[in-house]
Design a protein around this ligand. Structure first.
Ligand code: GDP
Length: 296
């Protein structure tokens, strides 16, 4: 189910409830069950949805609501708060400071949109007056360096990589050192993604992270991966200190639920979303406006 559809379905469930003459336990349960179904079909992890339902029921005590209170608004507010809570791990991501070198490492499976997102992130900051640079530490996929080089050249962002060196750790370290000397304030390290969750990939991420000591590790996730989001995000989190999430491909037929699962699995906030293939199809992610829009 695409995001807009999810929002519509939740809004309709609330509307349906508020049309009832009396809002009792049964009506509330029906509403919450419909919201649960909507969230599950948007790929939000089962456990998260169950917790949300429990929390709402704990907050909304129908018997305690004095006559005349707007039950609909109270329930609507509870749903809004719960969705916000699911997307807000309670601590903000590391924010780089202009003029001071920060190392940002990107991780994610192959095809998640990692390389594209690295350039988008660099370009976004460059437009705001930063001096970003890109390092290609993906030595696994043939063509990875060419792709990064092409993107970087288009955006006029300095880049570092090698056609011959096969050790990603070595390239990452050399790239970071090079750009530190050049006074770049945002050194972005793109890493390998391979095509599935192999132990070797996670070991490689751990080594690159240990050698470059990133200020922030960003987990890039394709919004269309569905229920696999939680396990995938958790697997990365167990190998490297993921501190933020970027969800890609939120345009088109994206399901939004995976974002909620990724936040839960990494205990890190979503900081940006990708909304297209182009360099500027990239948006800052804010929880409250996102949920408001979702609920219409
Ligand atoms: P990587 O293997 O993780 O580095 O992934 P790539 O950056 O090569 O991206 C894989 C594909 O997804 C490419 O065709 C990108 O153009 C596309 N892509 C990346 N981000 C987005 C996005 O936000 N929206 C859309 N529609 N496509 C995207």
């Amino acid at each position: 189910m695409v995001l807009a559809e999810l929002g519509g379905r939740i809004s309709r469930a609330i509307q349906h409830m508020s049309n009832a003459t009396i809002i009792d336990e049964k009506v509330l349960n029906e509403c919450l069950n419909e919201i649960t179904r909507a969230l599950l079909s948007s790929d939000v992890q089962f456990q998260l949805v169950r917790d949300m339902q429990k929390n709402i029921k704990a907050i909304v005590n129908l018997e305690d609501l004095a006559a005349g209170h707007n039950k609909r608004r109270i329930i609507q507010q509870a749903i809004f708060n719960e969705l916000c809570k699911m997307l807000d791990p309670g601590k903000p991501a590391f924010t780089p400071k202009k003029g001071k070198p920060s190392i940002i490492m990107f991780v994610g499976l192959q095809g998640s949109g990692k390389t594209t997102t690295c350039t988008k992130y660099a370009y976004y900051h460059q437009k705001k007056g930063w001096k970003p640079a890109l390092v290609c530490a993906d030595t696994f996929r043939a063509g990875a360096f060419d792709q990064l080089k092409q993107n970087a050249t288009k955006a006029k962002i300095p880049f570092y990589g090698s056609y011959t060196e096969s050790d990603p750790v070595k390239i990452a370290v050399e790239g970071v050192e090079t750009f530190k000397k050049e006074n770049c304030d945002l050194i972005i390290v793109d890493t390998s993604g391979r095509h599935k969750q192999e132990a070797a990939l996670f070991e490689e991420m751990r080594q690159v992270s240990e050698a470059t000591k990133p200020d922030l590790v960003i987990f890039v996730m394709d919004s269309s991966i569905g229920q696999a989001a939680f396990d995938q995000a958790q697997a990365f989190k167990q190998s490297v200190p993921v501190g933020a999430v970027i969800v890609t491909k939120m345009d088109g037929h994206a399901k939004g639920g995976g974002a909620l699962s990724a936040v839960a699995a990494t205990k890190s906030p979503v900081i940006f979303i990708g909304t297209g293939e182009h360099m500027d199809e990239f948006e800052v992610f804010d929880v409250k406006p996102f949920v408001s829009r979702l609920l219409g």
